[in-house]
Design a protein around this ligand. Structure first.
Ligand code: SAM
Ligand code: SF4
Length: 329
């Protein structure tokens, strides 16, 4: 799959559920209304959909959500998709998780062929963690991380930078990740979806965080690239690699290699644009994937050149109305 701007599409992120056992303040309102089950793709449909993308050249699959590990029987999907790793058609099967269910599933994930997991941890302070996630418990996530490590999974921690909330914890997080052997990526808040908190109040440009880190460490720009919005640096003193995801302040679109599918089968060609394609209708149109293949090809032909995120300071409205839990992180 090559899009109109010559970019090969090799990375698919799939949200397997919009539900979650946490209610992070920047991601969801506390009283979220979730989709009716009949709108959500079955595990079998998700397998058909991912397999179609693999057939078309996707080499990396990331399952996300909502919280992917709260979907019932989700391991059957991991097991099914693992077959593409065995045939060599897929290089990587991975997931982004809040870590709450990792203690239960880490071993099974490894058996399915998963080697790496991204886990979101915004703070190491249990009270602050409870405030940010509303329903989450830090000790449960820590137990999940221990299990992941023991199972042999490589872990990358994702931390959303929130001004006045966790901007005093950067060094502690860097130290902890160094100690645990985890990679660490900071994420700037993105204006996605309506949430209760005025997002501009917590907006923290990562340039500030980087400058803060530069006062203690020698920060070297790294040429590590993933085709995504992350830019990497290395800390000379420890050799640690840090990622920064800055969609609002940097343009990463020219190297974009990815598309996203929601749990209802909507394909979004760009995280920051509303244009989409309904793959559920195509999946349910026939059993032999003819309609699905055609719908994917047509949609890739519409992948836009770039996004236009902006936090609207006057109206405090998100630039894109769907939540991150819909398209996945
Ligand atoms: N539940 C899983 C988790 O928390 O990792 C996977 C889904 S979550 C939507 C994926 C990532 O998106 C998380 O790292 C989360 O912190 C991040 N995220 C959610 N809402 C965001 C927002 N408005 N701006 C920036 N990152 C956000
Ligand atoms: Fe759930 Fe992840 Fe959103 Fe937090 S960021 S509410 S864990 S989906």
């Amino acid at each position: 799959m090559i899009d109109p701007f010559g970019r090969p599409i090799t990375y698919l992120r799939v949200s397997v559920t919009d539900r979650c056992d946490f209610r992070c303040v920047y991601c969801m309102a506390e009283d979220m209304t979730f989709l009716p089950k009949s709108d959500v793709l079955t595990l079998e449909e998700l397998d058909r959909l991912c397999t179609a993308f693999v057939r078309k050249g996707v080499r990396k699959l990331r399952l996300t959500g909502g919280e992917p590990l709260v979907r019932r029987d989700i391991m059957t999907l991991f097991d099914a998709l693992g077959r593409h790793l065995k045939t060599g058609d897929l290089d990587e099967l991975t997931l982004t998780s809040n870590g709450s269910q990792l203690a239960r599933y880490a071993d099974h994930l490894v058996r399915a062929g998963v080697r790496r997991v991204n886990v979101s941890v915004d703070t190491l302070d249990p009270d602050k963690f409870a405030r940010i996630t509303r329903w989450g418990r830090l000790d449960q996530v820590m137990e999940g991380l221990r299990a992941a490590k023991e199972a042999g999974l490589r872990v990358k921690i994702n931390t959303v930078a929130l001004r006045g909330v966790n901007d005093d914890e950067a060094f502690e997080l860097i130290r902890w990740c160094g100690e645990q052997g985890f990679d660490l990526t900071f994420i700037e808040t993105m204006p996605l979806g309506e949430v209760d908190v005025a997002r501009v109040d917590n907006y923290m440009p990562l340039s500030l965080l980087k400058a803060q880190i530069g006062q203690r460490y020698t920060v070297r720009e790294s040429d590590h690239v993933t085709g995504g919005p992350a830019r990497y640096v290395t800390l000379a003193e420890t050799g640690q690699r840090l990622g920064f995801i800055t969609p609002l302040t940097h343009n990463f679109c020219e190297s974009c290699n990815r598309v996203r599918v929601t749990c209802t089968g909507m394909l979004y060609m760009c995280l920051g644009q509303e244009d989409s394609a309904d793959l559920r209708a195509a999946l349910r149109a026939d059993r032999d994937d003819t309609a699905l293949d055609a719908a994917i090809d047509e949609a890739i032909g519409r992948k836009p050149k770039g996004h236009d995120f902006v936090i609207d300071r006057r109206h405090r409205k998100p630039a894109v109305s769907r939540h991150m839990s819909v398209t996945g992180g």
